[in-house]
Design a binder for this molecule. Structure first.
Ligand code: AP5
Ligand code: MG
Ligand code: ZN
Length: 216
């Protein structure tokens, strides 16, 4: 299989996690989600978790040094030597510059979704406590309410998915992350995908467009 080193850009709720998981499942490419890593650290009450808990709760960005350090460490593992999807990293120009020093990249995929659809998606999101599968009460309901189809785990609502926190996350996105679109466009790495149709359509668009960014 072709190798691919990708980053997923796009606002909160754009579907970065949903499409990453489809790619992991169907193509076997590992997903690295900085948000998931921070949430796991918070749950386990590690030193990192204690440092970032209030930041995630407020919908702000974790400082660059901390975020860059955990990604750099994770990218040294053997499973991501050939291919990976970085879901939610980089999110600032400083993070993008740092990444360029420790890994090459095939493409930066930007999933475009308007703010009003984001609010609908995030306020309806449910996540499996056990395997991390992502559901939505309207667009992807589980077969049994509150229970994961895949593993039987309980579903929960992310604490940063309340409307007020979503607004703070959107502001952080527009102020700090959106400039990365121009950053990667300038470098010829940007693939823009309409993230608003159903997930299967978004996935198929990704598959038909990504080839031209990959090494033959
Ligand atoms: P993170 O966990 O990355 O959150 P986010 O970027 O806000 O993105 P989300 O996970 O909310 O959205 P998503 O795009 O993955 O959407 P999903 O697929 O779940 O980060 C959390 C926090 O960690 C940050 O706020 C920050 O504090 C910190 N952090 C993380 N990385 C950092 C970094 N690099 N630097 C600094 N701080 C960092 O979909 C959402 C919902 O919509 C689901 O219900 C899903 O079922 C539904 N849905 C998805 N796609 C579709 C579709 N096509 N059609 C219909 N429904 C859909
Ligand atoms: Mg996500
Ligand atoms: Zn599950």
């Amino acid at each position: 299989m072709q190798t691919m080193k990708l980053i997923f850009l796009g606002p909160p709720g754009a579907g970065k996690g949903t499409i990453s998981k489809m790619i992991t499942e169907r193509l076997g490419i590992p997903q690295i989600s900085t948000g998931d890593m921070f949430r796991a650290a918070i749950k386990e009450k590690t030193a990192l978790g204690l440092k970032v808990q209030a930041i995630l709760a407020a919908g702000a960005l974790v400082p660059d040094e901390l975020t860059i350090a955990i990604v750099k460490e994770r990218l040294s593992w053997p499973d991501v030597r050939q291919s990976y999807i970085l879901d939610g990293f980089p999110r600032t120009i400083a993070q993008a510059d740092a990444l360029a020093e420790f890994s090459e990249l095939d493409a930066a995929v930007d999933f475009e979704v308007k703010d009003d659809l984001i609010l609908f998606r995030l306020t309806g999101r449910r996540v499996c406590t056990s395997c991390g599968a992502i559901y939505h009460r309207v667009t992807k309901p589980p077969k049994v309410e509150g229970i994961c189809d895949l593993c039987g785990g309980n579903l929960y609502i992310r604490s940063d998915d309340q409307e007020e926190t979503v607004k703070a996350r959107l502001k952080a996105y527009h102020d700090e992350t959106e400039p990365l679109i121009g950053y990667y466009q300038k470098r010829g790495l940007l693939l823009t995908i309409d993230g608003s149709p159903d997930a299967e359509t978004v996935y198929n668009t990704f598959i038909s467009e990504i080839g031209r960014f990959l090494k033959k």
